[in-house]
Write a protein that binds this ligand. Structure first.
Ligand code: EPU
Length: 432
């Protein structure tokens, strides 16, 4: 039997109180780990979250010529032998973000052999933008069976490339390849997520020349194959805006007096604006959010929202927010514009007693408030897992959340941290 989370619901009462500190961003650290291939010397990372995805990616690198040491919240990654362009099949299949390696590995090693990546089941996740972007820099691409093969004869060459749609990881991967290319690359319609800006800023301090990160166009002057040098610089992983937003969603409906610390609210404006408009009583500064729960959650009025690329409302906060809305009054329409199938968790929320109608794969209508009942739930992706934690917290009775490795992929020690807020949550590890 697998481990699971057991949560005693609060029956709709707002009882959580205390302080919860946000960890380093999963979607930032994964990319800087991929950037190891761009460096001549070792790479040091601080504020590293201890997440399954991070550990898996480090293991992938260990199969490709690197060694890493993870102590407290610091990681050091350095070369341990000859670099390989071949990703281990099973590990790479498990971790969608391993696809980011395509660009930096190709630029440094000259070839890549990787399986088509796996990851969350949130709709078709193609890789065409990665391949087209890297082809424009001179990569020869072949696809055979379950593998993608890329190679380059000599140094990649700078190019003009326009992404036909914005993609976070494709932007990061092609940007990193262009850093070691010969000549100038102009990338258009790039994603503008803050994690890309953090990555570009760090690479620039180490010898890269990237202009325009955080805007729709980037100009990259390549080093003609010369690897970057990090000197004694340390990449300080920025706070996870998705984790902070998830805690905000939970506190909005179950918090009496909760302070979220170590966050960067400047990167969370769309989320803060929605909760403010729904009537949540909270205050925030640059790095903290203080939620006051003096009214019951049904005093909040749910509102329509649409997920959108940054700076819009993040798709990764959609599921936690829908779960929170089940406790609010009114009716709301939610449109998922980024992923084709990210409402897979809704059926379980319905079985718990919520009133959610799924119109099609991208649209749901929620009516509330509804008292939820505890039940057994199975996480299907990281953010759906968090939505289940919110629903289970608000429910009457006990819930059991299975497949919690999904939650462990994106939230470190979730039970330890939420129990400090007074939630009765426990990880049960059955004895075989
Ligand atoms: N897309 C293509 N072709 C491609 C790549 C993407 O059509 O070659 C499409 C996708 O299918 C999707 C859209 O483009 O419909 C946007 O997806 P994007 O590529 O931006 O997503 P991603 O880079 O795979 C990252 C995060 C996700 C987050 C999205 C959107 C990482 C490792 N993952 O994914 O995070 O939801 O951006 O912000 O950075 C999570 O943390 O739970 C998570 C899923």
């Amino acid at each position: 039997m697998e481990e699971y989370l057991k949560i005693e619901g609060l029956s709709g009462k707002r009882q959580l109180s205390g302080e919860i500190s946000v960890k380093g961003a999963k979607n930032a650290i994964l990319k800087i780990i991929c950037a190891s291939f761009l460096f001549e010397n070792e790479l040091k990372i601080s504020n590293a979250p201890r997440l399954k995805d991070v550990l898996w990616l480090l293991e992938i690198l260990e199969n490709m010529g690197y060694e890493s040491v993870f102590e407290d919240s610091n990681v050091v990654i350095k070369k341990s032998g000859e670099l390989s362009g071949e990703l281990p099949f099973d590990m790479a299949r498990k971790l969608r973000s391993s696809i980011v390696l395509l660009g930096p590995v190709l630029a440094r090693v000259g070839y890549v052999k990787m399986p088509f990546p796996g990851g969350d089941k949130i709709g078709l996740r193609p890789v065409d933008l990665f391949l087209e972007g890297l082809k424009s820099l001179g990569a020869e691409v072949t696809e055979e069976d379950d593998y993608i093969y890329l190679k380059t004869s000599g140094t990649l060459k700078g190019s003009n490339f326009f992404f036909k749609r914005q993609s976070v990881t494709a932007t990061e991967s092609v940007m990193m390849a262009a850093v070691l290319a010969e000549g100038e690359t102009v990338l258009g319609n790039v994603a503008m997520e803050p994690e890309i800006v953090h990555l570009a800023n760090f690479l620039n301090k180490c010898g890269a020349d990237i202009e325009g990160a955080g805007t729709p166009f980037m100009k990259i002057k390549g080093t003609s194959g010369k690897a970057l040098f990090s000197h004694s610089l340390v990449y300080n992983t920025p706070p996870d805006r998705i984790e902070a937003s998830s805690f905000l969603a939970l506190s909005a409906v179950a918090g009496k007096d909760v302070t979220i610390t170590n966050c960067n609210t400047g990167e969370m404006l769309a989320v803060l604006e929605l909760y403010k408009s729904m009537g949540l009583n909270f205050e925030y500064s640059d790095n903290t959010i203080h939620i006051f729960g003096n009214d019951s959650a049904d005093k909040l009025q749910m509102l329509d929202f649409v997920t959108h690329e940054y700076p819009g409302f993040p798709t990764d906060v959609q599921a936690p927010t829908v779960a929170a809305m089940t406790q609010m009054s009114g009716e709301a329409h939610v449109f998922e514009s980024i992923f084709a199938d990210r409402f897979g968790y809704v059926e379980s929320l319905r079985l718990m007693g919520s009133d959610i109608t799924q119109m099609d794969l991208r649209n749901v209508i929620i009516k509330g408030p509804r008292q939820l009942k505890g039940m057994t739930l199975r996480s299907i992706d990281i953010r759906a897992g968090l939505a289940y934690i919110i629903a289970a917290t608000c429910a009457q009775g006990t819930s059991k959340i299975e497949k919690i490795y999904h939650i462990d992929r994106g939230y470190e020690d979730i039970e330890g941290r939420l129990s400090k807020l007074g939630l009765n949550i426990e990880r049960i590890i059955p004895k075989c």
